[in-house]
Design a protein around this ligand. Structure first.
Ligand SMILES: Cc1cc2nc3c(=O)[nH]c(=O)nc-3n(C[C@H](O)[C@H](O)[C@H](O)COP(=O)(O)O)c2cc1C
Length: 159
């Protein structure tokens, strides 16, 4: 089992695309957090913001192999300046004691500060490093360069 696990939630695929690129760069395992609730449709933004602001727990339907991993890289879209409910519930139901936790987010311009602060609070300690990506596009060389640099930072810290 790989020491590094990338674990992510994605509603519309941007965070997934970034997570997959990072997994390739790090040679890490990758798992998607899935939830029972559908987040499709016209009201998805409204409901998502409401659920985030109310700290609503999510019903997670996916299974995860966090177990003996040393390093966790958590990926999320920013929802109302916070981690989405599925990410929050994942962290709350997971034993992260002794693990090094990194986090990245994708967003539309609001930045990752709030989401990372809340993630650190849930993790119960500082995040080793964070990366916030605005509207990432799969064929953007700048995105690839940012991810390469961040992956190198993680790899160096893991040596
Ligand atoms: C419910 C909801 C709330 C959001 N809140 C924010 C926000 O506070 N700030 C921001 O910059 N983007 C916000 N966004 C935009 C997403 O963070 C952004 O589009 C993200 O890259 C989507 O990632 P995904 O394709 O992996 O789901 C929000 C999107 C949704 C659906």
């Amino acid at each position: 089992m790989n020491d590094i696990l990338i674990i992510y939630y994605s509603r519309t695929g941007k965070t997934r695309m970034v997570a997959e690129k990072l997994a390739g760069l790090l040679g890490a395992d990758i798992e998607e957090i899935r939830e029972e609730k559908s987040r499709a449709g016209r009201l998805a933004w409204f409901v998502g913001i409401k659920d985030s602001l109310l700290d609503k727990p999510a019903e997670i339907t996916s299974e995860h192999s966090v177990g003996s991993r040393k390093v966790l890289v958590i990926g999320m879209p920013v929802w109302a300046s916070s981690p989405p409910p599925a990410v929050r519930t994942f962290i709350q139901t997971c034993d992260l004691a002794g693990k090094t936790v990194y986090a990245f987010c994708t967003h539309d311009g609001g930045g990752g500060k709030g989401a990372f602060a809340k993630t650190a609070e849930l993790v119960g300690g500082e995040l080793a490093s964070t990366l916030a990506l605005k509207k990432p596009k799969p064929d953007d060389p700048e995105l690839d360069e940012k991810l390469r640099q961040w992956a190198d930072e993680i790899k160096t810290a893991c040596e």
